[in-house]
Structures are given as C-alpha cells and as structure tokens.
Write a protein that binds this ligand. Structure first.
Ligand code: ADP
Length: 448
C-alpha cells in the first residue's frame, strides 16, 4: 500500500530532478525531454501499478482458492455426516420395526410404558384384553387405559423400586369368568442405569391352575379310594392270622370279603390306568370298521345273567341296519358294558333296561341309548356325573362303585372316537345314558 500510494509523487520528483539536471548541460529541447520523460514516467507507473494490482489479485485468488477448498472439504464432510445419520436413522427404524414385530408376534398381552408411566407400545392381545386400540394409545397415561388399578400400581412400583423382574399372579374377570394371569414386570434400564421404561407381560395360566388343582384332587381321590379296599383286606387278613375266625363258615366269609375287595382294588387300578392312558394319549387304539349293533348285542348277552339276579329284563331294540363306525371294538364294548351294568346296578329288582341303537342320517352318527327304570339322578348333579370319582350320594346305597366308570365312557367316546355322550334322568323314574359315534359313509365301507 505504501509503495502504491507514494509511487506517483516519487516518479514526479524523479522526472523533475532529471529535467533540472538536463538544462545546465544544454540538452535537447526541453519540451521534448519533458514529454519523453512524462511518457516514460506514466508508462513506468502504469507497468508498476499493473504489476502490483496483479500481485494483489493473485494473492486474493489464492485465498479464494483456499476458501473454496475449505468450503468444499466442509461440504463433503457434511454430506458424509448426513449419509451416516441417514444410515443410523434407517438402522434405528429397522430396530424399532424388529422390536415391534417381536412384541406383536407374542400371543400374551404385552405393554411397554415410559419413565412417566405412559404407554409406549402394546400388542393386539393387550389391546383386546384391556379394550383399547393399540394404534391410538401412544403416550397416554397407563391409568387412563388400564382399568385394573392393581396392575397400574405394580408397574409404577416396579419402576420406582427399580426391580429388574417381578412376578405377580393377578385375577381378571367377574363372576364365573375369572381368569388367572402370571404377570411378569421388568424394568428397562438406559446406559446410565436409569429406569427409562417398564415391560409387563400377562400370561393366562387359568388352565394350568385348573389342571394342577385337578391333579391334586385326583391324587387325593385315588389314595382315598385305594385305601378303603386295602383297609378291609388288611383288617380281615389280620383277623384270619390272629385266629379270630373260629369256624369254617366265618373263615369262608372273610376269604370272600378279601377276594371281593381285592377285585375292587383291581378294577379301580384298571380304571385309573385306562383313564390316565387315554388322557396322556399313550393307549394303543385299534380302529376298524365295526357295527355298533353287533357290539350292543354281545354286551346285552353278557349282562343278562347279572340282570337276571335282580330279575331285571334287558331288551335290545336294535334293528339290523347299516351302522358301521370306525372304532376300537374292545373300547366301545367297554362303554356299552359300563352303561348297561350301571343301568342294572341302579335299578331296583324287577325293573327294566332297554337298549336302542339307531342311525341318524341327518347328523351322520350312530346313537346308542340305554334306558332304565331305576332310581334316577337329581338334575343338579347331572352336569358332574361324568367327572372322575363323582358318585351321587343318594344312590351310594344301591351299589358299590368307584365313580370312574362314566368318566372312562366319556374319555373313550369323546377323546378316542370324537363322539359325544349324553344323559337325561328323573329321580324315581329312571335314566337314559347314551353316546353317538360318527358314522362311516356307506360307500367307504363297501369298498373296504
Ligand atoms: P360307579 O358306578 O362306580 O359309582 P360311575 O362313574 O359308573 O361310577 O357312575 C357315577 C355315579 O353316577 C354313580 O355313583 C351313580 O350314582 C350314578 N349313576 C350312573 N349310572 C346311573 C344310572 N343308570 N342310574 C342312576 N344313577 C347312575
């Protein structure tokens, strides 16, 4: 700048000095010299000026070039960062999608809350269970959506106490429709070990509870039922050993009691084993095309002598029709014999038992009905009559029993043969027990 500013005056001073110096030596025309010097000066100044300007421009260009390079580097850095961010967003989206897919695929009700007990996520079963639309719940307070205050409290409590996992058994529903749920509540921790949410999973364990209760009842019933004949056998055999049976007649009496109790024990164990084999699916089923009419006819023949002891008539009204079923013959025989022997057992002397087997074309089933003129069953006890060990108290005096026969009938008909059992009864008038089995289509049987 300094050079630029003072270049003109310096040049003028130089020119003037040259002119003054030329005059005493009698130089050429003063005006020519002056013009030459002026032209030289102006040209020199212009050259100098242009040179300096060019230098300044090149410095500026260099700095602009550097600026541009910096900006370009920054831009490429920015675009790389944007790309990375976009990738991260995509990754997060995919992770969120995967998490949602996992939660939505679970058949148990799942709800996820944030650190303020607001609902973040819930799957369809949870929506159905609590009665809300899963797409419209995001960030709504949990207490607004879940009516069961106990659950809301448990979730809030887990969050504040920072429990990793807790398990509670909760009951939902009213009246007869009460379900038990195993509720697992887990806290979600962020990288600073702060609770940022809670996950609750509700698994319906009603059936498991029922089964475990049934198992307990079954075991206690079985032990009780086994104890009774065993107690008799022990008592009478002890009396025999101790010589308490003084004569042959008493001894024979004791032997007979021991024998009958041992037979009862045997029947009981057989029934229990059969039922448990069917229930566990371990029993070997040999299905073939059989006629129910023939099975009924054989069973009636078998029961007739027992019925005759009580002067009970057994009438088989079964017509010879096409009544083929795909069934295990021995099992179906067992069903008919159980129902027939019950009919005789619970019918007073001189009564009547009628057996009928018919084909119901419209339902495509064979229906066997055994009707007696016996003591009957009170209406309120009918729904439980096929339960294991269930015996009608009022009828206990009629006959001894285990309460397993009808359950075995039900298992064989419904579980093994996909049929149906039924009963109607009137106290003092008699009962009708029966079952239906799916009929084989006539064409199929002929081909066989
Ligand atoms: P069990 O005869 O060994 O007691 P079941 O399971 O065969 O066991 O029958 C259960 C109960 O149902 C019997 O105790 C009896 O009270 C009642 N029951 C069954 N069949 C008849 C019937 N034909 N008439 C009256 N009561 C019956």
């Amino acid at each position: 700048m300094f050079v630029k500013r003072y270049i003109l005056p310096i040049q003028l001073v130089l020119i003037c000095s040259l002119l003054i110096a030329a005059v005493p030596f009698g130089g050429t025309n003063l005006y020519e010299i002056l013009a030459c010097l002026a032209a030289l000066g102006v040209t020199g100044w212009m050259v100098w000026y242009l040179f300096m300007e060019g230098k300044a421009i090149s410095v500026q260009a260099e700095s602009l070039k550097n600026d541009y390079k910096n900006q370009r580097d920054k831009a490429s850095q920015c675009s790389k960062e944007t790309k990375d961010l976009r990738l991260q967003v995509q990754l997060l989206k995919r992770q969120k999608h995967n998490t949602e897919a996992i939660i939505y695929s679970i058949s148990d009700a799942v709800i996820v809350t944030d650190a303020n007990d607001r609902l973040l996520m819930a799957n369809e079963p949870a929506g159905e269970f609590f009665g809300f639309d899963v797409k419209e719940i995001v960030l709504k307070p949990l207490e607004e959506l879940v009516a069961k205050k106990e659950l809301v409290k448990l979730i809030a409590n887990s969050r504040t106490t920072r429990m990793r996992h807790v398990r509670h058994e909760l009951q939902f529903g009213t009246g007869n429709d009460i379900h038990t749920y195993d509720c697992i509540i887990s806290c979600i921790f962020d990288e600073d070990e702060q609770v940022c949410g809670v996950v609750a999973v509700l698994h319906d364990i009603t059936r498991e509870k029922e089964i475990s209760q049934m198992k307990n009842e079954f075991v206690s019933h079985v032990s009780h039922e086994l104890k009774t004949p065993l107690a008799s056998i022990t008592a009478y055999s002890e009396m025999l050993v101790d010589g308490e049976a003084a004569d042959d007649k008493t001894r024979k009496e004791f032997y007979a009691i021991i024998q009958s109790q041992a037979q009862r024990l045997n029947r009981l164990i057989e029934d229990i084993l059969n039922i448990s084999r069917i229930e566990s699916g371990l029993i070997k089923v040999k299905k073939e095309h059989v006629s129910t009419a023939l099975i009924v006819r054989d069973a009636v023949q078998m029961i007739k002598s027992y019925a005759a002891e009580k002067e009970i008539t057994v009438e088989d009204q079964t017509a010879i029709v096409f009544d083929q079923v795909n069934a295990d013959k021995d099992m179906v025989s067992q069903v008919v014999i159980n129902l027939l022997s019950n009919a005789v057992k619970y019918t007073p002397n001189g009564g009547k038992v009628t057996v009928n087997s018919e084909v119901d074309e419209s339902q495509q089933v064979v229906r066997v009905t055994i009707t007696d003129t016996g003591v009957g069953i009170p209406a309120e006890e009918l729904p439980r009559i096929f339960d294991k060990f269930y015996r009608v108290k009022a009828n206990n005096k009629c006959a001894k029993g285990t309460g397993l026969g009808l359950n075995l009938v039900k298992q064989i008909v419904e579980k093994v043969h996909q049929g149906r059992v039924f009963v109607t009864s009137e106290v003092g008038k008699g009962s009708s027990f029966g079952f239906e089995l799916p009929l084989i289509a006539a064409g199929k049987s002929l081909v066989k």
